[in-house]
Each structure stands twice: as structure tokens, then as C-alpha cells.
Design a protein around this ligand. Sequence first.
Ligand code: FES
Ligand code: FES
Length: 157
Amino acid sequence: MTHHTITVTINGARERLDVPSNMTLLQMLRDKLALTGTKNGCEAGECGACTVLVNGEPVNSCMMLAVEADGCEILTVEGLAPEGRLSPLQQAFVEHNAVQCGFCTPGMLMSAHALLQRNPRPTEEQIKQALVGNLCRCTGYVRIIRAVQAAAEEGGA
Ligand code: FES
Ligand code: FES
């Protein structure tokens, strides 16, 4: 298997990594960097559990090769809470009981974070659109949408 050396900025830290051609960004984050907050749900681009931001845009990391991330800025759920302090959006998820098993939560947070970065006061419809690629099997979506609305009202992602 051919290997490539790539340089990526992950949660603000620059990393130089040796990755095989067929390694996905999801595998790189979880298996090579132990950033296991990003979840592996379907590995088929269907569930959104693996969502991370690449240059500020939500991406299913199971559908992107690590080598394609060369030169990119990547934000994972770990980057939302540097030094363990929850972001306003994460805090809103807790306060609005928007988490049950938590498996979908990192992906939901990343999609919602990207939305609030580009549109700090989204409508309910815009929140639904932003989360359309993130599936939740247990909480349902009402509390998740309320949490995003609350974070927007508080003025923070
Ligand atoms: S694990 Fe990537 S979309 Fe489901
Ligand atoms: S909280 Fe369990 S899948 Fe969403």
C-alpha cells in the first residue's frame, strides 16, 4: 500500500502524518490520533455520526480520504471543548436534554456549530436543513433543535 505524508491542522494543532492511500479521514482521526469523539456509525455517508468540519464545512469523514485532507483545517468535537470546558452549544445540549445515548451527538454538534458560525440566528427551518444529514435513533429531533435555538439566542456556537 502506498503511503503519503500529509500536513493537517487539527483543532488548532499542526500535524504531519504518514497515511496509507486508502485510509479515510475518520480512520485517521480515530485510529491514528485517538480522537474518538468522532463516531463511526455506517461508514457509508448515511448517518452523519462521523461529521467533522473541514475548512469550516461539515463533512462525513468516512467518505473522505485522509490524503484529501492534506493542507486542511479540521475541527472535531474535541476542539469544541478545549481544556474540557463545554462550548455554549454543548451546554445547551445538556440543558435541553438533547442527548440520550450520545452516539449521534458529536456529529450533530459539528453540523450545528458550522451553521451557527455562518448564520448566528437561524430559523427553525434552517436548523432542520443543517441537521438533515445527521440521524438520531433515540432522542428524536425536537430537543436537539431547541438546544440549537437556545445556543443561538445566547449568541454563541
Ligand atoms: S459513519 Fe460516516 S456517515 Fe455514517
Ligand atoms: S442520542 Fe442516541 S442516536 Fe442520538
